[in-house]
Design a protein around this ligand. Structure first.
Ligand SMILES: C[S@@+](CC[C@H](N)C(=O)[O-])C[C@H]1O[C@@H](n2cnc3c(N)ncnc32)[C@H](O)[C@@H]1O
Length: 279
């Protein structure tokens, strides 16, 4: 079994802190996509739900509203800065637990259902990870998660990346297909295969297309977009200085103009909503 050391380091270094610093923007942007998976899961009062890769806790809060105080939400993550923030946000809720745990290998508490908003694409061994998650559920227990489709179908992830790529003369294409990362499950044949191998049935993988808001203003959006995803990775790897970054941000801001609604950029997002049942 491959281990998750590289991703765990990454989420404890700059990536995790960036997600904490940009929490408000990220939560607003990802909310409609998380809601699609929440609707698919349909948690009810009194249920116990695992939030895999819970990050800074937004979806653990949403799940907690749905299951109510007679239920339980267990958020698990590997990123200490994000876990600290998730604990702060859920501190007053007695029915939320936030645990530091690698969902691929850690023993997980017994639950009725498992959920994730973009927290499951970073496993070195998805078969082992989803087998481990399945072991926390009784037979018939539900799984619902949302993950990205291809980078080229997702201007919200790719628009800034294309501009950075042109400016630096590099490629910001997604990593090797299936490698741990945001686009690991872009080819739906892969989640279908590993879920089946990991002991899940009734696997359904449904495309969901929408537009999501990118912060609250085009200039802020441009700054945000060049820090995140493939654009941010390429800029950091190239060690681009502040003046050049500002010029790239100005180009991104111009590219956002056709996407403004009431002054806020809304960019297309394309995800899979994946559901399954524990066998
Ligand atoms: C893209 S972020 C999504 C965070 C959160 N679900 C949200 O929507 O705001 C991916 C999350 O998965 C977590 N993660 C990565 N590998 C993990 C693992 N092996 N076990 C548990 N969490 C993991 C990361 O630390 C990070 O918080």
């Amino acid at each position: 079994m491959s281990d998750n050391g590289t991703q765990i380091r990454r989420w404890n270094e700059d990536s995790g802190q960036r997600w904490v610093d940009l929490e408000g923007h990220l939560d607003r942007q990802l909310a409609p996509l998380g809601e699609a998976a929440l609707t698919a899961l349909a948690p009810v009062a009194g249920e116990r739900v695992l939030d895999v890769g819970c990050g800074t806790g937004a979806t653990s809060l949403r799940l907690a509203e749905r299951v109510g105080p007679s239920g339980l939400v267990v958020g698990v993550d590997v990123s200490r800065p994000m876990l600290t923030r998730a604990r702060e946000r859920t501190a007053e809720l007695g029915h939320v637990q936030i645990l530091e745990a690698d969902a691929q290998v850690a023993p997980l508490p017994a639950v009725d259902a498992a959920f994730s908003r973009f927290g499951v694409m970073f496993f070195a061994d998805p078969v082992a990870a989803f087998r481990n998650v399945r072991a926390a559920l009784t037979p018939g227990g539900r799984l619902a998660f949302v993950c990205w489709r291809r980078l080229e179908d997702n201007p919200v992830m790719g628009l800034a990346g294309e501009i950075v790529a042109r400016a630096l003369g590099v490629s910001v294409a997604a990593a090797e297909p299936r490698a741990p990362g945001p686009f690991a499950f872009a080819d739906d044949a892969w989640p279908r295969e590993f879920l089946t191998r990991a002991g899940w049935g009734d696997v359904a993988i449904t495309p969901f297309d929408t537009r999501v808001p990118v912060t609250d203003h085009p200039a802020t959006a441009a700054r945000f977009l060049v820090q995140m995803g493939p654009a941010g990775t390429a800029l950091r790897e190239a060690g681009v200085d502040a003046a050049r970054t500002t010029a790239i941000e100005a180009e991104v801001e111009t590219a956002l103009e056709p996407h403004l609604r009431d002054g806020v950029p809304w960019l297309p997002a394309a995800v899979w909503v994946v559901t399954a049942r524990a066998l």
